[in-house]
Design a protein around this ligand. Structure first.
Ligand SMILES: [Fe+2]
Length: 179
């Protein structure tokens, strides 16, 4: 279950109904998938071969297809990050820059955890701390970035309307609030 942290005020929201309402108010799509679908031999694994990534997609196929049908995604893939990822530090530095995309950014966390830092017009920047099963979509053109939690590992499914639309446009923001 996702939790929210509002950077300006320090407010934390962990009650499920309130988290869902907060994200809906920010036009951030949120859902939760059953991670028991993940094959037992892939649990706790953060370095995956192409074949194993396909097994992840196969395991969540019905959730992926219904989300794709509802929201227009045509392609999907799996990414994994952990301390075994070459240059993880450099990658995280690159990630932690506020940016936008011309399409929404969808992530379904299937293992590990991650954080989306998202700008709200109403409350400023807020963190959405995601755990396995959480599915989120940051709206198109909404400033944000993604990073890892202290456990520094994640496996996530990404879905795209048009992969070429998923280019990061840097968003220099004097209002950005460091955590
Ligand atoms: Fe992004």
């Amino acid at each position: 279950m996702a939790t929210i942290r509002v950077r300006n005020t320090g407010e934390q929201i962990s009650d499920e109904a309130k988290v869902r309402q907060f994200l809906a108010d920010q036009n951030v799509y949120y859902d939760h998938w059953d991670t028991d679908q993940l094959p037992a031999d892939l649990r706790g694994r953060f370095v995956l071969s192409d074949d194993e990534k396909q097994q992840v997609l196969d395991a969540f196929q019905s959730d992926i297809e219904s989300l794709a049908k509802a929201r227009g995604y045509v392609k999907w893939d799996v990414i994994s990050l952990s301390d075994a990822t070459p240059n993880l530090e450099d990658l995280l530095k690159k990630f932690e820059q506020v940016h936008t995309h011309t399409e929404d950014e969808v992530r379904a966390i299937v293992a590990g955890s991650g954080i989306f830092v998202i700008k709200s017009q109403q409350v400023g920047y807020f963190d959405v701390v995601l755990e396995a099963g959480d599915v989120i979509s940051v709206p198109e053109n909404n400033p944000h970035f993604f990073t890892l939690t202290d456990e520094r590992k994640v496996v996530a499914i990404r879905l795209f309307i048009d992969p070429s639309g998923w280019v990061a446009h840097p968003y220099a923001d004097p209002e950005f609030q460091q955590a």
